[in-house]
Ligand binder design. Sequence first.
Ligand code: DCP
Ligand code: MG
Length: 379
Amino acid sequence: MTPSHASPRVIVHADMDAFYAQIEQLDEPNLRNKAIAVGGLGERAVVATASYEARRFGIRSAMPMVIARRKCPDLIVVPPRFDRYKAVSKIIMDVFEDFSSPIEPLSLDEAFLDVTETFARFSGPNELGQTIKESVRGATGGLTVSVGIGNSKLIAKLASDMDKPDGLTIVPPECVQQFLDPLPVRRLWGVGPKTAERLEAAGFKTFSDLARANQAALAPLGRQARLLNELARGIDHRPVKPRGRPKSIGWERTLEHDVTTLEEIKPILRHGAKALETRLRHRRMVALGLKLKAKTSRFQVMSRQRIAHGPIVSAEAIYKIMLELLTSLPSGTRYRLFGVSAFSLEAEGTGRQLELPLQSQRGLPVESSGHREERKWTS
Ligand code: DCP
Ligand code: MG
């Protein structure tokens, strides 16, 4: 039985542009607008990825670095920093989670989002797409992502690739066939290169060829024939599959200016608490533990955490605990980053009473790399 079509799905595919290279250009302004390749320096090194400036010279992922240098003698080669890429990946996946339940990451820099439920919050797909792009830019300090929106994973995936970099491609349901028709069959997402070869050998060059083929023409494709024909007609019911249950869910922000006073910090924590509530609700989870993280202007990281006696989910309750945890961090210090996160997560509705009185919770300071500070916080 095929799923009902009563309410069409809204699926987004978001894929960062020249991911590693863009991060290097963000972190090192001297590399901006230049042809750069991220990869090793050894003789056998290959290009992990190249900036769009370098792609104009024909440089591509997986190309031997010697060839890349030959194509572009001014190419700047930057060694990879995987920890940084992973950290950025976590930030963007958290952003995606604000829009979608569930999200399905495909790699460090791309994910499917099923936004069917949250779509009504936006005036239309354009506002949805622009908001995702803006949010990624804001959370990462300026990175661009290309976004595709359609009624299936296949359409969304193909659409995000249409207008890179910094693209937004929307395929309305009534335009699906027109969008697919001219594409070569090897672009069918979920079809391996072997199958694509077989398709081409059997005379199917484009989606259009495959979509319009009759039973007899499809016969040589064997058991896959029907599925391939349906995909070529834009029929794709594959669900967005959630990633595994996370150990923690968090929000953090590096501030544009360092802050010191309670009055400056309160709105940041309030914002963080709201963002965390959204993320917990999207994943239908509640938190038994909450953690406040802070980084000083001297890059000293401190955190304080608390185990709650009951599950917490509301921004109000999170904010209240954050304010309490804040009082055990040094006052009078300049802070450049705050993070609000939840751990000891449970699925929502597992039976415990929600949000028991906060007074009964014990504070457990941990991981403190800062010295005890006697000064009190004042507004
Ligand atoms: N990657 C890699 N080796 C490859 C392909 C990719 O190490 N053969 C890494 C580097 C990329 C990252 O994975 O930055 C993401 O891969 P993408 O295919 O999404 O490529 P980019 O994000 O670099 O470029 P774009 O998506 O704009 O085409
Ligand atoms: Mg990418």
